[in-house]
Design a protein around this ligand. Structure first.
Ligand code: MOS
Length: 727
């Protein structure tokens, strides 16, 4: 009996569908108070006067917290460079000025509006190019010349490489900010638990890191803080950094009463980080027969005023911007730049989508210039095992399946005869009656995505498995901190335990996502959780089984998986073995463009992903379809507008995520299983990669349909019409 490879129903599915699942906003505790945050809502200012006295006297108000109340007023996942509550200088609209705690939500809201703040507005820098100009005002004291991070990568000699080039393509690309748009906005409740720990129940991606950051800010020993994740309504990287956790903990700790908060959607839109807008200037050269000889890329990422995960996102973008290709000569300069825009950070793909957008646009343009089919051009250039990345190290894990994912994707899409017949014999020829302004096009792109934190960060995960029973194992209890953000991580935990213990999955009980009951497992991010769960739960289950055989009752074992070490980029040339593993992906798309209105409809997507080993194929298809919907939003409809640091689109009425009528009529998920030699059972990791190739594949399809290249996302109707006019 094997449970790996079977599409077992999600353990959390029933409760989520029936409404029984408790999300942070659903939890109510006796004697609970309510919190409201006063956000700065201006991008750059000095606070001249902050007067909370009227708010403090308002009905029902228990306390107003400001920067003065914060024991250690700083937070940050990479650097402690952001204040929890703004002290003196406001650097973006989502800065928290004060937190009001009252008996009811209405009272807290009312009192918040009574706080008097006198600001002196400061000049706003809203374009990273302006921030980098010699003499520009420095926004954050840590970041000289507003450059938070510069990553140079040098391989070979691009000047000599371009001498061999017979065809050169040069372009400047721009990719926009993106809102995570998870179902539940930031919410949570904090209280003192039976053991006297300040306890925060909120949605996040890494319980133990949240615990560390809360403890740091409150100046408490880590053991005095507990973090629990109830049901989580999506995360996508948007919950990697702190939102409500520290302020809730502070209030509960000081007031010794439960404190609850729910952000409105508008508060969520302005006050948590976004995907990094990036500008990518690319110059690539190839020989006449289609061999890449040189690539130069400059990446400028808008970091907003604080780091969050910007330096790491930049690291990924720097690697991704030369694509999954063997290029002998590479020069990359990537910059994370400080501005007064909404702070930016992790979002599914973590720099990979932006970097690959430039790389895949370059490849599709080269294919056109060379008169070589885009699939064929990729097959001539993709990395094979042993080939050197821009970092001058080979890809880890044995098998590199780029050729296979590209070929399989093309085959399943019927790329070669795509105009006449699609997959499974479904004809794609347009209906004869369709409006004459509608045109069809096809596009292709591929990508790699690293698995795990990488770049020198310590990496691993801990699990505990306890076996109960007398003669037979009657129950196995798995303790694991890994976050179930909606991707199915908890189901994977149960499947892995069941596999090792040879038990039906019903006999596995999970005690998950609580710092009080589990060891550190790292975050549900970087496509890493299935990899980490498989190693750690397998290790713990095997160790527990050994003790069971030695007659221990109950038999309990903890196992800490430690991943192979990685290097950060060498500071001078970016050399290094930066990642433990990769997944590989290719996508082909069919679009229909309305030449009159500029509407782009995604008709059909084929997505081939090498996942190493599919633990639960149905959940993988879910990840692929979800990623495609999310990437379609980024590519076409989601237009996150900021002007002078202010958000113009803080509602779903003007920030348009794809609805059910917008997503492709057809998504064919093709799951390939080439084992990674370092993965448990060969598992790689896959949650981010189906996001990555979609945008450049769509743009290539729009070009195929219309002849126009559009180098800037999203493909709003206005932008498409404009490009067609220029054509
Ligand atoms: Mo993710 S963007 O690695 O949470």
């Amino acid at each position: 009996m094997s449970t790996l490879g079977h599409s077992l129903p999600r353990l959390d599915a029933r409760a989520k569908v029936t409404g029984d699942a408790q999300y942070p906003g659903d939890i109510n505790l006796p004697r609970q108070l309510w919190m409201k945050v006063l956000f700065a809502r201006r991008p750059h200012a000095r606070i001249k006067r902050l007067d909370t006295s009227q708010a403090e006297r308002a009905p029902g108000v228990v306390r107003v917290f400001t920067a003065r109340d914060m024991p250690v007023n700083e937070f940050g996942l990479i650097f402690f460079d952001a204040p929890v509550l703004v002290n003196n200088t406001v650097r973006w609209v989502g800065e928290k000025v004060a937190c009001v705690v009252a008996e009811t939500e209405k009272q807290a809201e009312h009192a918040r509006d009574l706080i008097a703040v006198e600001y002196e507005d400061l000049p706003v820098i809203s374009d990273p190019h302006d921030a980098m100009i010699e003499g520009a005002a420095q926004i954050h004291p840590h970041y000289a010349r507003n450059v938070m991070k510069h990553i140079p990568i040098r391989k070979g000699d691009t000047a000599r490489g371009f001498e061999q080039a017979e065809v050169v393509v040069e372009s400047v690309y721009h990719t926009p900010a993106q809102e995570h748009a998870y179902l539940q906005p930031e919410a949570g409740v904090a209280y003192i638990d039976d053991a006297g720990r300040v306890t925060v129940a909120a949605a996040g991606q890494w319980t133990h890191e949240d615990q560390q950051q809360i403890a740091h800010a409150l100046n408490l020993p880590v053991e005095k803080v507990r973090v629990i994740y109830p049901a989580i309504g999506g995360a996508f990287g948007g919950r990697e950094d702190m939102s409500v956790q520290i302020i809730l903990a502070l209030a509960a700790w000081r007031l010794n009463r439960p404190v609850k908060i729910i952000w409105s959607r508008e508060e969520s839109m302005i006050a948590h980080h976004k995907r990094h807008p990036m500008w990518l200037t690319a110059k690539w050269g190839a020989t006449r027969d289609g061999k890449l000889v040189a690539a130069e890329v400059e990446v400028i990422a808008d970091a907003g005023p604080y780091a969050y995960t910007s330096t790491k996102v930049l690291g990924n973008a720097a690697l991704a911007c030369t694509g999954p290709y063997a290029i002998p000569n590479i020069k990359v300069d990537a910059y994370a730049v400080v501005t007064n825009n909404v702070v930016t950070g992790a979002f599914r793909g973590f720099g990979g989508p932006q970097g690959h957008f430039a790389a895949e646009m370059q490849m599709n343009k080269l294919a056109e210039k060379l008169g070589i089919d885009p699939v064929e051009l990729r097959l001539k250039n993709v990395l094979h095992a042993g080939d050197l990345l821009s970092t001058q190290t080979p890809l880890p894990g044995g098998k590199v399946s780029l050729v296979e994912v590209v070929e399989k994707c093309a085959k399943e899409f019927s790329w070669t005869n795509k105009g006449t017949e699609g997959t499974n014999g479904i004809r794609n020829t347009p209906p004869v009656t369709r409006h004459p302004s509608l045109v069809t096009g096809f596009g292709f792109a591929c990508a790699l995505k690293n698995i795990g934190f990488s770049f020198g960060a310590p990496e691993g995960a801990t699990a505990t498995v306890e076996l109960r029973g007398a003669v037979e194992i009657e129950q196995a209890i798995v303790h694991h901190a890994g976050a179930e953000v909606g991707q199915g991580a908890h189901t994977v935990m149960a499947q892995v335990a069941a596999e090792v213990l040879k038990l039906p999955v019903e006999k596995i009980e999970l005690v998950a996502s609580d710092t009080a009951t589990s060891g550190n497992s790292g975050s549900a991010s970087a496509s890493r959780m299935t990899w980490m769960v498989a190693h750690s739960v397998r290790g713990a289950a095997e160790a527990a089984l050994q003790k069971w055989r030695e007659e221990e009752r109950p038999a309990s074992a903890t196992y800490e998986y430690i991943a192979p070490p990685t290097d950060n980029y060498a500071p001078e040339d970016g050399r290094g073995k930066t990642n433990i593993a990769y997944g590989y992906v290719a996508q082909a798309v069919e679009v229909e463009v309305d030449r009159e209105t500029g509407q782009v409809r995604v008709v059909r997507v084929t997505c081939a992903d090498d996942v190493g080993r599919a633990v639960n194929p149905q959940m993988i298809r879910g990840q692929i379809e979800g990623a495609i919907a999310q990437a379609q939003g980024w590519a076409i409809t989601e237009n996150f507008l900021q002007k002078g640091g202010r958000v113009l689109t803080p509602y779903f009425s003007n920030y348009l995520i794809p609805g059910v009528m917008d997503v492709p009529e057809r998504v064919d998920s093709v799951i390939l299983e080439f084992p990674d030699e370092n993965g448990a059972w060969g598992i790689r990791g896959m949650a981010e990669m189906p996001f990555i190739p979609l945008a450049p594949a769509i743009v290539a399809a729009v070009h195929d349909a219309t002849g126009a290249w559009i180098d800037e996302l999203p493909l709003t109707p206005g932008r498409v019409v404009e490009a067609l006019k220029k054509k």
